[in-house]
Ligand binder design. Structure first.
Ligand SMILES: Cc1cc2nc3c(=O)[nH]c(=O)nc-3n(C[C@H](O)[C@H](O)[C@H](O)COP(=O)(O)O)c2cc1C
Length: 434
């Protein structure tokens, strides 16, 4: 079996699956059970500095979005950082790290944006033997109002400043956790780099209102008639997270900076996708909260088998493999032509492809006698909508036209893949050469 042992900013763990800072990592009891289940590491639920206690709501703190099968797709929360006393957490972290020296124990921190506050807490964390710290600049609710969390994460200058303090006052690796609630993820990532961060982790949760209670006329979850935005996570946010990870991995300013990928990781495949786009490991929250700690078994088994099947012998070999293939739209090969094709044996004659194409797209699907649906190549622009609305997997697929084959829509032969594209006016490389 492929070796899943992972090293992230010098922190070793038996596999690249860490639990993200959240309820699953809020206490010793949970973390011990997580390690027994096989998790490679944890980022301990965010600690704050000593001071007035953190008090959570006593009403519901979650909202959700489900698929038609009631599968949880998106989770929204209005929970704050840990509400357990600092010294209790520190004592527990020390005990857990002592008993699981081979697992990664990183401590998430969020204290006021003042040098003294950071300087004060870091030695206490170091004393636990923890492997590193993660700076929570992402929490989108509750703490932002107090000048912490995403209030810091949205201002690159603050990120740089706090990261620099942490690098100054601790020898532990510093991972900066980024909020997605910004316009361009490169700005905070670059700031973290300037401040000397060892790595970035992303994403934290996305500002969201998952639903409105139409009787109470208030957002859900509703607390005594009022609601507030929460932080969105789970499978629904994975596409946003993947893009942000890829942006950091492929841009010169931030390329090479280690990335811990977070956001909707539920299966080994999700994890492999984050790795391929540049992550060195992944963190998981919602999947563990939905299915329990043992979900890591499938992740380990699946990633390992897939790596074996592809001949990858280490996680590091997978990291960044897809990054060279992430490009800007203008670099896409416009000579690449495909057409939809319908497998008549698999078709259940529901007509969704027809409705979608006829009403909203290119009128390229014909309904024939007996509800037989056929693609009209002369109208098909290969948009792929029919593939996505079809309820039967692989019933509609896209067939690539060979070089020299006639494209019935344009009436032109498909050029050789690379030959003609190099001189195509839409190819920026060709323009540069002129
Ligand atoms: C209930 C809940 C509490 C969370 N608390 C924290 C926190 O204290 N600190 C933090 O950095 N992230 C916190 N997060 C965010 C997660 O660590 C993670 O970034 C996010 O959930 C995305 O991952 P996922 O899609 O696997 O859940 C919390 C998430 C949830 C659902």
């Amino acid at each position: 079996m492929a070796n899943l042992a992972s090293e992230f900013v010098g922190i070793k763990s038996p596999n690249p699956f860490w639990l993200a800072s959240a309820p699953p990592t809020d206490k010793e009891y949970n973390v011990r059970r997580a390690f027994e289940a096989g998790w490679g590491g944890v980022v301990w639920k965010t600690l704050g500095s000593e001071g007035p206690p953190v008090v959570n709501v006593n009403g519901p703190r979650y909202g959700a979005i489900w698929g038609a099968d009631r599968r949880l797709l998106g989770l929204n929360n209005i929970e704050l950082i840990t509400d357990r006393p600092l010294e209790v957490n520190l004592r527990e972290i020390k005990a857990v790290k002592r008993d699981y020296p081979d697992r990664a124990v990183v401590v998430s921190l969020m204290v006021p944006c003042e040098e003294e506050a950071w300087k004060a807490i870091l030695p206490h964390v170091e004393e636990t033997g923890a492997d590193g710290i993660e700076l929570n600049f992402g929490c989108p609710h509750g703490m932002a109002e107090r000048g912490m969390g995403s209030a810091v994460g949205q201002v690159p200058e603050y990120i740089e400043m706090v990261t620099r303090w942490c690098k100054q006052y601790t020898r532990m690796p510093v991972i900066v956790k980024l909020t997605p609630n910004i316009t361009n993820i490169l700005y905070p990532a670059e700031a973290a780099k300037r401040g000397g961060a060892d790595a970035v982790s992303l994403i934290n949760t996305i500002n969201s209102i998952t639903a409105v209670d139409l009787d109470a006329m208030a957002p859900e979850p509703t607390i005594d008639g009022k609601g507030t935005h929460g932080g969105y996570c789970g499978p629904a946010v994975k596409p946003i997270a993947l893009n942000m990870v890829a942006e950091i991995a492929r841009h010169a300013e931030t390329a090479g900076m280690p990335i811990s990928g977070i956001g909707g990781v539920t299966t080994w495949r999700d994890a492999a996708e984050f790795l391929a786009l540049g992550a060195g490991n992944v963190q998981v929250c919602t999947a563990a909260m939905t299915y329990g700690f043992r979900i890591v078994e499938e992740m380990i088994e699946g990633l390992s088998s897939w790596m074996d099947s592809k001949g990858y012998s280490s996680v590091a070999e997978v990291t960044g493999r897809a990054v060279p293939n992430v490009t800007d739209w203008q670099y896409l090969n416009l000579n690449y032509v495909t057409k939809a094709q319908i497998d008549q044996d698999a078709c259940i004659k529901c007509g969704r492809c027809f409705a979608a194409c006829e009403d909203t797209s290119h009128q390229a699907i014909l309904m024939k006698e007996g509800r037989v649906f056929e693609v009209d190549d002369s109208e098909c622009v290969a948009c792929n909508l029919c593939v996505n609305v079809c309820p039967v997997e692989n019933c509609i697929t896209m067939r690539r036209l060979d070089a020299g084959e006639m494209d019935e829509r344009t009436g032109e032969k498909v050029p050789a893949k690379f030959g003609d594209w190099t001189t195509h006016p839409n190819n920026p490389t060709a323009q540069a050469a002129e």
